[in-house]
Design a protein around this ligand. Sequence first.
Ligand code: ADP
Ligand code: MG
Length: 350
Amino acid sequence: MQLHARDHEPAGTPAPAPAPRADARDPELAISTRGLVKSYPGPGGTTTHAVRGLDLDVHRGETFAFLGPNGAGKSTTIALLCALARPTSGRALVAGADVLTEPERVRRRVGLLFQHSALDPDLTAEQNLRVHARLYGLGRADVRRRTAEVLELADLADRRRSPVRTLSGGMRRRLEIARQLLHSPGVLFLDEPTTGLDPHARARIWEHLRALRDRDGSTLFVTTHYLEEAEHCDRLAIIDRGRLVAGGTPGEVKAAIGDDRVVLRTSDDGAARRIAGLLVPPERTVHVDADGVWLRVPDGSTWIPRLCAALEVHGIAVHAASATPPTLDDVFFHHTGRSITGPAETGGGR
Ligand code: ADP
Ligand code: MG
Protein backbone atom coordinates (compact mmCIF):
# COMPACT_ATOMS: atom_id res chain seq x y z
CA MET A 1 0.00 0.00 0.00
CA GLN A 2 1.13 3.50 -0.72
CA LEU A 3 0.11 5.70 2.10
CA HIS A 4 1.85 8.81 3.24
CA ALA A 5 0.95 11.40 5.81
CA ARG A 6 1.87 14.30 3.58
CA ASP A 7 1.64 17.87 4.61
CA HIS A 8 -0.55 19.38 1.95
CA GLU A 9 -1.28 22.50 3.94
CA PRO A 10 -4.29 24.10 2.37
CA ALA A 11 -3.18 27.53 3.58
CA GLY A 12 -0.22 29.28 1.93
CA THR A 13 1.29 28.07 -1.31
CA PRO A 14 -0.58 24.99 -2.36
CA ALA A 15 1.57 21.92 -2.86
CA PRO A 16 1.76 20.92 -6.51
CA ALA A 17 -1.07 18.53 -7.28
CA PRO A 18 0.41 15.05 -6.89
CA ALA A 19 0.50 13.08 -10.09
CA PRO A 20 -2.31 10.56 -10.32
CA ARG A 21 -1.15 6.99 -10.49
CA ALA A 22 -0.06 6.06 -13.98
CA ASP A 23 -2.52 3.19 -13.68
CA ALA A 24 -5.15 5.55 -12.34
CA ARG A 25 -7.96 3.24 -13.45
CA ASP A 26 -6.23 0.17 -12.08
CA PRO A 27 -9.14 -2.24 -11.74
CA GLU A 28 -7.50 -3.73 -8.67
CA LEU A 29 -7.91 -0.45 -6.80
CA ALA A 30 -11.35 0.26 -5.38
CA ILE A 31 -10.24 3.62 -4.01
CA SER A 32 -7.23 5.74 -4.90
CA THR A 33 -6.71 9.28 -3.63
CA ARG A 34 -3.87 11.76 -4.01
CA GLY A 35 -3.51 14.94 -2.01
CA LEU A 36 -7.18 14.99 -1.09
CA VAL A 37 -8.05 18.15 0.88
CA LYS A 38 -11.31 19.46 2.30
CA SER A 39 -11.50 22.79 4.10
CA TYR A 40 -14.63 24.44 5.43
CA PRO A 41 -15.09 28.14 6.04
CA GLY A 42 -15.44 28.55 9.80
CA PRO A 43 -16.83 31.36 11.93
CA GLY A 44 -15.13 34.78 11.79
CA GLY A 45 -13.21 34.10 8.61
CA THR A 46 -11.42 31.07 10.05
CA THR A 47 -10.98 27.84 8.14
CA THR A 48 -11.48 24.30 9.36
CA HIS A 49 -9.13 21.90 7.63
CA ALA A 50 -11.11 18.71 7.96
CA VAL A 51 -8.96 16.65 5.58
CA ARG A 52 -5.39 17.74 4.91
CA GLY A 53 -4.00 15.75 2.02
CA LEU A 54 -4.83 12.08 1.92
CA ASP A 55 -2.94 9.61 -0.25
CA LEU A 56 -4.80 6.38 0.08
CA ASP A 57 -5.11 3.18 -1.96
CA VAL A 58 -7.69 0.55 -1.10
CA HIS A 59 -7.67 -2.71 -3.02
CA ARG A 60 -10.71 -4.45 -4.37
CA GLY A 61 -12.23 -7.02 -2.08
CA GLU A 62 -10.55 -5.84 1.07
CA THR A 63 -12.06 -4.71 4.31
CA PHE A 64 -10.39 -1.44 5.10
CA ALA A 65 -10.70 0.23 8.49
CA PHE A 66 -10.47 4.00 8.76
CA LEU A 67 -9.67 4.61 12.37
CA GLY A 68 -9.54 7.88 14.25
CA PRO A 69 -10.93 9.83 17.19
CA ASN A 70 -13.99 12.07 16.93
CA GLY A 71 -13.39 15.04 14.66
CA ALA A 72 -10.45 13.36 12.87
CA GLY A 73 -12.03 13.75 9.43
CA LYS A 74 -13.49 10.27 8.86
CA SER A 75 -17.01 11.30 7.83
CA THR A 76 -15.65 14.14 5.68
CA THR A 77 -13.40 11.67 3.85
CA ILE A 78 -16.39 9.41 3.20
CA ALA A 79 -18.42 12.36 1.88
CA LEU A 80 -15.57 13.16 -0.54
CA LEU A 81 -15.19 9.55 -1.66
CA CYS A 82 -18.93 9.17 -2.24
CA ALA A 83 -19.01 12.43 -4.24
CA LEU A 84 -21.36 14.06 -1.74
CA ALA A 85 -18.87 16.86 -1.03
CA ARG A 86 -16.41 18.41 -3.45
CA PRO A 87 -12.72 18.29 -2.50
CA THR A 88 -10.99 21.64 -1.99
CA SER A 89 -8.08 20.09 -3.89
CA GLY A 90 -6.65 16.73 -4.79
CA ARG A 91 -8.08 13.75 -6.64
CA ALA A 92 -9.95 10.58 -5.90
CA LEU A 93 -11.01 7.61 -8.00
CA VAL A 94 -13.66 5.39 -6.50
CA ALA A 95 -14.96 2.19 -8.11
CA GLY A 96 -13.27 3.29 -11.31
CA ALA A 97 -14.88 6.75 -11.48
CA ASP A 98 -13.48 10.21 -10.73
CA VAL A 99 -15.22 12.08 -7.89
CA LEU A 100 -14.52 15.45 -9.55
CA THR A 101 -15.47 14.75 -13.14
CA GLU A 102 -17.87 11.79 -12.76
CA PRO A 103 -19.68 12.35 -9.45
CA GLU A 104 -22.93 10.79 -10.71
CA ARG A 105 -21.13 7.63 -11.72
CA VAL A 106 -19.39 7.46 -8.33
CA ARG A 107 -22.73 7.80 -6.52
CA ARG A 108 -24.25 4.98 -8.59
CA ARG A 109 -21.34 2.69 -7.85
CA VAL A 110 -21.08 3.10 -4.09
CA GLY A 111 -23.25 2.19 -1.16
CA LEU A 112 -23.14 4.37 1.94
CA LEU A 113 -24.27 3.62 5.43
CA PHE A 114 -24.42 7.01 7.13
CA GLN A 115 -23.28 7.49 10.69
CA HIS A 116 -26.87 8.39 11.55
CA SER A 117 -29.11 6.80 8.99
CA ALA A 118 -32.79 6.11 9.16
CA LEU A 119 -35.41 3.63 8.10
CA ASP A 120 -39.13 4.26 8.09
CA PRO A 121 -40.27 2.63 11.34
CA ASP A 122 -43.85 2.06 10.15
CA LEU A 123 -42.89 0.23 6.97
CA THR A 124 -41.86 -3.40 7.05
CA ALA A 125 -38.26 -4.46 6.45
CA GLU A 126 -39.17 -5.48 2.92
CA GLN A 127 -41.04 -2.26 2.15
CA ASN A 128 -38.08 -0.17 3.29
CA LEU A 129 -35.87 -2.05 0.87
CA ARG A 130 -38.31 -1.70 -2.02
CA VAL A 131 -38.56 2.06 -1.65
CA HIS A 132 -34.81 2.31 -1.86
CA ALA A 133 -34.53 -0.10 -4.80
CA ARG A 134 -37.01 1.98 -6.78
CA LEU A 135 -35.04 5.13 -6.01
CA TYR A 136 -32.08 3.41 -7.60
CA GLY A 137 -34.13 2.64 -10.68
CA LEU A 138 -34.13 -1.14 -10.38
CA GLY A 139 -36.77 -2.85 -12.50
CA ARG A 140 -39.69 -4.70 -10.90
CA ALA A 141 -38.16 -8.16 -11.26
CA ASP A 142 -34.79 -6.96 -10.00
CA VAL A 143 -36.40 -5.28 -7.00
CA ARG A 144 -38.04 -8.56 -6.01
CA ARG A 145 -34.92 -10.65 -6.57
CA ARG A 146 -32.44 -8.31 -4.89
CA THR A 147 -34.75 -7.63 -1.95
CA ALA A 148 -35.00 -11.35 -1.25
CA GLU A 149 -31.24 -11.79 -1.68
CA VAL A 150 -30.16 -9.00 0.64
CA LEU A 151 -32.72 -9.96 3.29
CA GLU A 152 -31.23 -13.44 3.20
CA LEU A 153 -27.70 -11.99 3.45
CA ALA A 154 -28.69 -9.90 6.46
CA ASP A 155 -30.27 -12.96 8.07
CA LEU A 156 -33.59 -11.11 8.18
CA ALA A 157 -35.64 -13.18 5.72
CA ASP A 158 -37.95 -14.36 8.49
CA ARG A 159 -38.54 -10.77 9.62
CA ARG A 160 -39.28 -9.34 6.19
CA ARG A 161 -42.93 -8.62 7.06
CA SER A 162 -42.10 -7.04 10.44
CA PRO A 163 -42.50 -3.30 10.83
CA VAL A 164 -39.08 -1.80 11.42
CA ARG A 165 -40.12 -0.41 14.81
CA THR A 166 -40.34 -4.01 16.11
CA LEU A 167 -36.73 -4.84 15.15
CA SER A 168 -33.79 -4.60 17.55
CA GLY A 169 -31.06 -1.98 17.07
CA GLY A 170 -28.70 -4.56 15.61
CA MET A 171 -31.36 -5.87 13.18
CA ARG A 172 -32.08 -2.34 11.98
CA ARG A 173 -28.42 -1.77 11.35
CA ARG A 174 -28.23 -5.00 9.34
CA LEU A 175 -31.30 -3.94 7.39
CA GLU A 176 -29.67 -0.58 6.63
CA ILE A 177 -26.59 -2.40 5.38
CA ALA A 178 -28.81 -4.68 3.28
CA ARG A 179 -30.50 -1.61 1.80
CA GLN A 180 -27.13 -0.29 0.64
CA LEU A 181 -26.40 -3.59 -1.10
CA LEU A 182 -29.53 -3.56 -3.28
CA HIS A 183 -27.86 -1.88 -6.23
CA SER A 184 -24.76 -4.12 -5.96
CA PRO A 185 -22.30 -1.30 -5.25
CA GLY A 186 -18.64 -1.69 -6.16
CA VAL A 187 -17.60 -0.24 -2.81
CA LEU A 188 -19.60 -0.11 0.39
CA PHE A 189 -18.82 2.71 2.80
CA LEU A 190 -19.92 2.26 6.39
CA ASP A 191 -19.57 5.23 8.72
CA GLU A 192 -19.36 3.91 12.28
CA PRO A 193 -21.73 1.01 11.63
CA THR A 194 -21.50 -0.29 15.17
CA THR A 195 -21.51 2.87 17.27
CA GLY A 196 -24.20 2.71 19.92
CA LEU A 197 -24.79 -1.04 19.62
CA ASP A 198 -24.21 -3.51 22.43
CA PRO A 199 -21.22 -5.90 22.13
CA HIS A 200 -23.35 -8.81 20.95
CA ALA A 201 -25.00 -6.77 18.18
CA ARG A 202 -21.60 -5.35 17.21
CA ALA A 203 -20.18 -8.85 16.85
CA ARG A 204 -23.17 -9.85 14.64
CA ILE A 205 -22.60 -6.85 12.35
CA TRP A 206 -18.96 -7.83 11.91
CA GLU A 207 -19.89 -11.44 11.22
CA HIS A 208 -22.22 -10.11 8.56
CA LEU A 209 -19.54 -7.83 7.05
CA ARG A 210 -16.98 -10.62 6.96
CA ALA A 211 -19.50 -12.85 5.20
CA LEU A 212 -20.03 -10.11 2.59
CA ARG A 213 -16.34 -9.92 1.97
CA ASP A 214 -15.83 -13.68 1.80
CA ARG A 215 -18.94 -14.57 -0.18
CA ASP A 216 -19.27 -11.62 -2.56
CA GLY A 217 -15.75 -10.20 -2.56
CA SER A 218 -17.22 -6.83 -1.53
CA THR A 219 -14.89 -3.92 -0.85
CA LEU A 220 -15.74 -2.45 2.53
CA PHE A 221 -14.49 0.90 3.81
CA VAL A 222 -15.43 1.09 7.46
CA THR A 223 -14.82 3.95 9.86
CA THR A 224 -14.65 3.25 13.55
CA HIS A 225 -13.20 4.55 16.75
CA TYR A 226 -13.26 1.07 18.26
CA LEU A 227 -9.68 -0.15 18.11
CA GLU A 228 -10.54 -3.81 18.39
CA GLU A 229 -12.72 -3.56 15.28
CA ALA A 230 -9.80 -2.37 13.19
CA GLU A 231 -7.73 -5.32 14.45
CA HIS A 232 -9.47 -7.86 12.25
CA CYS A 233 -9.70 -5.78 9.08
CA ASP A 234 -7.37 -6.59 6.17
CA ARG A 235 -5.70 -3.20 6.27
CA LEU A 236 -6.25 0.07 8.06
CA ALA A 237 -5.32 3.71 8.05
CA ILE A 238 -5.24 5.87 11.13
CA ILE A 239 -6.36 9.48 10.68
CA ASP A 240 -5.85 12.27 13.19
CA ARG A 241 -6.75 15.93 12.65
CA GLY A 242 -7.21 15.38 8.94
CA ARG A 243 -3.87 13.64 8.35
CA LEU A 244 -2.94 10.00 7.98
CA VAL A 245 -0.57 8.98 10.72
CA ALA A 246 -0.14 5.28 9.91
CA GLY A 247 -1.32 2.65 7.49
CA GLY A 248 -0.88 -0.99 6.58
CA THR A 249 -2.07 -4.30 7.93
CA PRO A 250 -2.75 -4.30 11.68
CA GLY A 251 0.42 -6.38 12.07
CA GLU A 252 2.50 -3.97 9.98
CA VAL A 253 1.50 -0.78 11.77
CA LYS A 254 2.20 -2.39 15.12
CA ALA A 255 5.49 -3.92 13.97
CA ALA A 256 6.55 -0.49 12.66
CA ILE A 257 6.65 0.93 16.19
CA GLY A 258 8.26 -2.28 17.34
CA ASP A 259 8.54 -1.86 21.03
CA ASP A 260 6.80 -4.01 23.58
CA ARG A 261 5.32 -2.52 26.71
CA VAL A 262 6.89 -3.89 29.89
CA VAL A 263 4.99 -3.33 33.13
CA LEU A 264 6.18 -4.18 36.64
CA ARG A 265 4.23 -3.97 39.89
CA THR A 266 6.69 -3.50 42.71
CA SER A 267 6.86 -2.75 46.41
CA ASP A 268 8.29 0.71 45.60
CA ASP A 269 7.45 1.97 42.11
CA GLY A 270 9.31 5.27 42.55
CA ALA A 271 12.60 3.60 43.44
CA ALA A 272 12.04 0.91 40.80
CA ARG A 273 11.65 3.61 38.18
CA ARG A 274 15.04 5.14 39.05
CA ILE A 275 16.80 1.78 39.01
CA ALA A 276 15.17 0.69 35.74
CA GLY A 277 16.14 4.05 34.26
CA LEU A 278 19.82 3.31 34.89
CA LEU A 279 19.54 -0.06 33.20
CA VAL A 280 17.75 0.77 29.96
CA PRO A 281 19.30 2.75 27.08
CA PRO A 282 19.24 6.52 27.78
CA GLU A 283 16.65 7.30 25.10
CA ARG A 284 14.10 5.10 26.85
CA THR A 285 11.83 6.76 29.39
CA VAL A 286 10.54 4.82 32.37
CA HIS A 287 7.06 5.86 33.53
CA VAL A 288 5.02 5.28 36.65
CA ASP A 289 1.23 5.26 36.57
CA ALA A 290 -1.70 3.34 38.04
CA ASP A 291 -0.53 0.19 36.22
CA GLY A 292 2.91 0.32 37.90
CA VAL A 293 6.33 1.03 36.42
CA TRP A 294 6.36 0.78 32.64
CA LEU A 295 8.59 1.31 29.65
CA ARG A 296 8.73 0.48 25.96
CA VAL A 297 11.59 -1.63 24.64
CA PRO A 298 12.15 -4.10 21.81
CA ASP A 299 12.03 -7.74 22.95
CA GLY A 300 10.24 -6.79 26.14
CA SER A 301 10.17 -10.27 27.66
CA THR A 302 13.98 -10.47 27.73
CA TRP A 303 14.03 -7.35 29.94
CA ILE A 304 11.90 -8.82 32.69
CA PRO A 305 14.57 -11.08 34.30
CA ARG A 306 17.19 -8.32 34.05
CA LEU A 307 14.93 -5.74 35.68
CA CYS A 308 13.81 -8.19 38.38
CA ALA A 309 17.40 -9.11 39.24
CA ALA A 310 18.43 -5.43 39.53
CA LEU A 311 15.44 -4.58 41.71
CA GLU A 312 16.03 -7.56 43.98
CA VAL A 313 19.56 -6.32 44.65
CA HIS A 314 18.00 -3.10 45.97
CA GLY A 315 15.51 -4.99 48.12
CA ILE A 316 12.50 -4.11 45.94
CA ALA A 317 9.95 -6.89 45.52
CA VAL A 318 8.35 -7.46 42.10
CA HIS A 319 4.73 -8.58 42.51
CA ALA A 320 3.87 -8.95 38.84
CA ALA A 321 5.54 -8.42 35.47
CA SER A 322 4.31 -8.48 31.90
CA ALA A 323 5.54 -7.71 28.41
CA THR A 324 2.91 -7.10 25.75
CA PRO A 325 3.29 -6.37 22.03
CA PRO A 326 2.03 -2.99 20.86
CA THR A 327 -1.70 -2.42 20.40
CA LEU A 328 -3.31 -0.12 17.84
CA ASP A 329 -3.75 2.38 20.64
CA ASP A 330 0.01 2.25 21.19
CA VAL A 331 0.40 2.94 17.47
CA PHE A 332 -1.88 5.96 17.75
CA PHE A 333 -0.06 7.17 20.86
CA HIS A 334 3.30 6.69 19.18
CA HIS A 335 2.30 8.94 16.28
CA THR A 336 0.22 11.57 18.08
CA GLY A 337 1.27 11.54 21.73
CA ARG A 338 -2.39 10.96 22.67
CA SER A 339 -4.63 7.98 23.26
CA ILE A 340 -7.41 7.33 20.77
CA THR A 341 -9.64 6.25 23.62
CA GLY A 342 -8.93 9.45 25.52
CA PRO A 343 -11.28 12.41 25.80
CA ALA A 344 -13.08 13.11 22.52
CA GLU A 345 -11.74 15.85 20.31
CA THR A 346 -13.96 18.86 20.33
CA GLY A 347 -13.26 19.43 16.65
CA GLY A 348 -13.98 23.13 16.33
CA GLY A 349 -15.35 24.91 13.35
CA ARG A 350 -18.84 23.53 13.09
P1 ADP B 1 -15.11 12.41 12.24
O1 ADP B 1 -16.12 11.78 11.34
O2 ADP B 1 -13.78 11.76 12.20
O3 ADP B 1 -15.62 12.52 13.65
P2 ADP B 1 -15.64 14.80 10.67
O4 ADP B 1 -15.20 14.47 9.30
O5 ADP B 1 -17.11 14.77 10.95
O6 ADP B 1 -14.84 13.91 11.73
O7 ADP B 1 -15.14 16.26 11.03
C1 ADP B 1 -13.80 16.70 10.84
C2 ADP B 1 -13.69 18.16 11.15
O8 ADP B 1 -14.37 18.92 10.16
C3 ADP B 1 -14.31 18.56 12.47
O9 ADP B 1 -13.52 19.58 13.03
C4 ADP B 1 -15.68 19.07 12.07
O10 ADP B 1 -16.15 19.99 13.01
C5 ADP B 1 -15.38 19.72 10.74
N1 ADP B 1 -16.54 19.70 9.83
C6 ADP B 1 -17.14 18.58 9.34
N2 ADP B 1 -18.17 18.90 8.52
C7 ADP B 1 -18.22 20.26 8.49
C8 ADP B 1 -19.05 21.22 7.80
N3 ADP B 1 -20.05 20.84 6.99
N4 ADP B 1 -18.79 22.53 8.01
C9 ADP B 1 -17.79 22.94 8.83
N5 ADP B 1 -16.96 22.09 9.48
C10 ADP B 1 -17.17 20.77 9.33
MG1 MG C 1 -17.95 10.90 11.79
